[in-house]
Design a protein around this ligand. Structure first.
Ligand code: GLY
Length: 324
């Protein structure tokens, strides 16, 4: 039985109706492909394209800007036979996830960055777009002014980390299993606001932001650097392989909490079990399985909003593990 889950990022933010609409549209786009017998990789790409085109998410159009006011995007995509592709510091493509798929399907490489990634995207006719949204520009100006209020340039790094961590809230991703049992996952982001030019985050790193093998697939979101250091996506799949989706993610959340890794993760196991968890204040996602659509917007205050609009207390959001 096919299934798909998509997320709209973990961090400190307040998911609203627009996030919910984007996630529902994303899952619906993926589901249409899956229910007509299409592949997991097509479903993942379609879902992420929808999220990249939605300006509320910090991926594709609406990506955050780096310190120089430029947008540099990261994305990765992977299939359960370990085929994978990724791009980093891409500037032109409207849909970075499509560029990642190009790397996977049209090249002998796994990761292509910067100018090379832009060139590849253009060569294959991917649409280019100015990814800067008015909302994001406003945030950039405000954050830059805040940064400049510091005493000297060398002192800004700790503060930069502080503000960037709070703004890492818009990475998107999806995981799907199709009717042939194939699993795919992908992740896409503009990275945190005011990141240093050239900085590459977990979304471009296979094993950190995205990983898939025969046991399952995951997409991670959150502060990229600790996610890379702890190889979170691969760790998640190893845990899922040994413990199953729910207990695997549960154990990962315990590990993330102990090691202060602020993240969110969505996973599908080979038996189609869906699991997810997060250690940030907020996270948003939607899933579709057995024809049933579920959405979840964590507002960061431990309140769960389900698809019917009901609200139910979920208690402490820290390290929560949920299964749909
Ligand atoms: N997780 C997105 C980033 O840190 O780039």
């Amino acid at each position: 039985m096919p299934a798909i889950i998509a997320h709209g990022g973990a961090g400190r933010y307040s998911p609203d109706e627009e996030h919910e609409r984007g996630l529902k549209d994303a899952v619906a786009a993926g589901w249409r492909i899956l229910e007509s017998g299409g592949s997991a990789i097509d479903a993942v790409e379609a879902a992420i394209v929808v999220l990249e085109d939605f300006p509320v998410f910090q991926a594709g159009f609406g990506s955050a800007m780096n310190l120089r006011g430029e947008i540099q995007t990261d994305a990765s995509i992977m299939l359960d036979d370990l085929s994978c592709g990724a791009v980093a510091a891409l500037t032109a493509a409207a849909n970075p996830i499509k560029a990642a798929r190009l790397v996977m399907e049209k090249t002998d490489h796994v990761l292509i960055v910067g100018e090379g990634a832009d060139h590849l995207s253009r060569s294959y006719g991917l649409e280019s777009r100015d990814l800067c949204s008015p909302e994001r520009k406003e945030t950039y100006d405000r954050m830059l002014a805040k940064l400049r209020a510091g005493e000297e340039v060398a002192s800004y790094l700790p503060r930069l980390r502080e503000v960037a961590a709070d703004l890492s809230m818009g990475t998107v991703g999806a995981v799907a299993v199709d009717s042939d049992g194939r699993i795919a996952a992908g992740t896409s982001t503009g990275g945190p606001m005011l990141k240093l030019p050239g900085r590459v985050g977990d979304a471009a790193i296979i094993g950190a932001g995205t990983y898939v093998n025969g046991n399952g697939g995951v997409s991670a979101t959150g502060v990229g650097e600790p996610i890379i250091k702890h190889i979170i996506a691969k760790k998640a799949i190893d845990l899922i392989s040994h413990l199953g989706a729910r207990e695997g993610i549960d154990t990962l959340m315990e590990y993330a909490r102990i090691n202060d890794v602020r993240l969110g993760i969505v996973a599908i196991e080979e038996n189609e079990a869906i699991a997810l968890g997060y250690t940030t204040d907020a996270m948003s996602w939607a899933s579709m399985k057995d024809g049933e659509l579920k959405t979840f917007l964590s507002t960061g205050i431990g309140v769960r909003k389900d698809d019917a609009g009901d609200k139910a207390e979920t208690g402490d959001s820290s390290g929560k593990v949920l299964e749909t």
